[in-house]
Design a protein around this ligand. Structure first.
Ligand SMILES: NC(=O)C1=CN([C@@H]2O[C@H](COP(=O)(O)OP(=O)(O)OC[C@H]3O[C@@H](n4cnc5c(N)ncnc54)[C@H](O)[C@@H]3O)[C@@H](O)[C@H]2O)C=CC1
Ligand SMILES: O=C(CO)[C@H](O)[C@H](O)COP(=O)(O)O
Length: 316
């Protein structure tokens, strides 16, 4: 596979390792990051000057405003025949705008959904590519070096936007799988029935229907902190999950599992649940059911006749 020259913008957890994987494969990589400590050049303009035309520049910065600003700058600095690759987790609807903006100057655009996280340097990166066949063909030596060894780990998913749409759905699935593992773990931990919870997860790594890399990573996390006591039950999201749900609404496709997983993250960020306060207040209003006060005590409803503590639920 022919060695190429490529500019990499954004040398963080992803771009830094991707640049290193490309260098190990023999490519000439010039990296630019706004953080001078990790950058090979002092500005985006210097990066462009260091590259020989026709240039390839891979953008690997946070999605949204940083990616848009970088593509605006590249549109000014690059020349006809060059190609810009957006490998960040950008919204798929941004891709058409970027392709049109760059295309007006005869600069090509390819969107790539990248998966592999901080393990990609050693394992390779799965790539989901959107763009026209000529541009994608020119980039194949780069893709071949980034992807994992073997047949899988690469798809030319369609025209511009298809790469990021595929990655968005991938991440939606990621939300659902993680949530299912997390809920299973909570149930096992909440009961005394299985006495070796980490052992149960370990045993599932081989031969089971649910063996997977996420399961391997779950086992690794429990090895490091067996009951996750060092963590708070708080999970951020960076956009892909909500965009998956938004796309599902736009196309009237039911995604109950992925949607629930997204909402579970929102719930994790609440110290208390305003909605559940209202549910408690309404139960108290109509049924005189006990509520938990902010002091943590169960109290009777002030005006409800005969309000008392809810009896235990008999599940059988
Ligand atoms: N971390 C992950 O597991 C994955 C991340 N991604 C996506 O890859 C992109 C990069 O993510 P990470 O490397 O994890 O983030 P990061 O925060 O580790 O790195 C981002 C880098 O971009 C630099 N940067 C930000 N704005 C810049 C600008 N205008 N010009 C030059 N450099 C700039 C920052 O200084 C930083 O070094 C994001 O779009 C992210 O959503 C995609 C797949 C997996
Ligand atoms: O793309 C990824 C993994 O495939 C990134 O790690 C992404 O940040 C995960 O999404 P979120 O931050 O919403 O959990």
């Amino acid at each position: 596979m022919a060695a190429m020259q490529i500019g990499m913008i954004g040398l963080g957890k992803m771009g830094g390792n991707m640049a290193e994987r490309l260098r190990r494969a023999g490519h000439d990589v010039v990296g630019y990051d706004r953080n001078p400590e990790s950058s090979d050049v002092s500005s985006l303009d210097e990066l462009v000057q260091r590259l020989q035309a026709p240039r390839v520049v891979w953008v690997m910065v946070p999605a949204g405003a940083p990616t848009r600003a970088t593509i605006d700058q590249l549109c000014e600095a690059l020349s006809p025949g060059d190609i810009v690759v957006d490998g960040g987790n950008s919204h798929y609807l941004d891709d058409k705008k970027h392709a049109d903006q760059l295309g007006a100057r005869d600069i090509g655009f390819v969107d790539v959904g990248v998966s592999g996280g901080v393990w990609g340097l050693q394992n390779g990166y799965a790539l989901m590519v959107g763009g026209d066949a000529d541009a994608v063909g020119r980039l194949m030596p780069i893709f071949e070096s980034l992807k994992p060894e073997g047949e899988d780990g690469f798809v030319h998913a369609g025209t511009v936007g298809a790469g990021h749409f595929a990655k968005m759905v991938h991440n939606g699935i990621e939300y659902g799988i993680m949530q299912a593992f997390a809920e299973g773990w909570e149930l096992l931990e909440a009961t005394d029935i299985v006495t070796d919870v980490p052992g149960a997860f370990k045993s599932w790594r081989t031969g089971t229907v649910i063996r997977s890399w996420l399961l391997d990573l779950l086992v690794r996390a429990l090895d490091q902190d067996p009951d996750l006591s060092e963590l708070k039950g708080y999970a951020e999201d960076s956009g892909e999950g909500r965009w998956t749900v938004q796309a599902a609404v736009d196309h009237a496709v039911p995604l109950p599992a992925i949607t629930a997983a997204l909402y579970a993250r929102f719930s994790s960020r609440q110290e208390d649940s305003p909605a559940m306060k209202m549910v408690a207040a309404l139960r108290n209003q109509f049924g005189g059911h006990a509520v938990a006060s902010v002091e943590g005590q169960h109290t009777k409803g002030a005006d409800a006749p005969g309000a008392d503590v809810t009896p235990p639920i008999d599940g059988h």
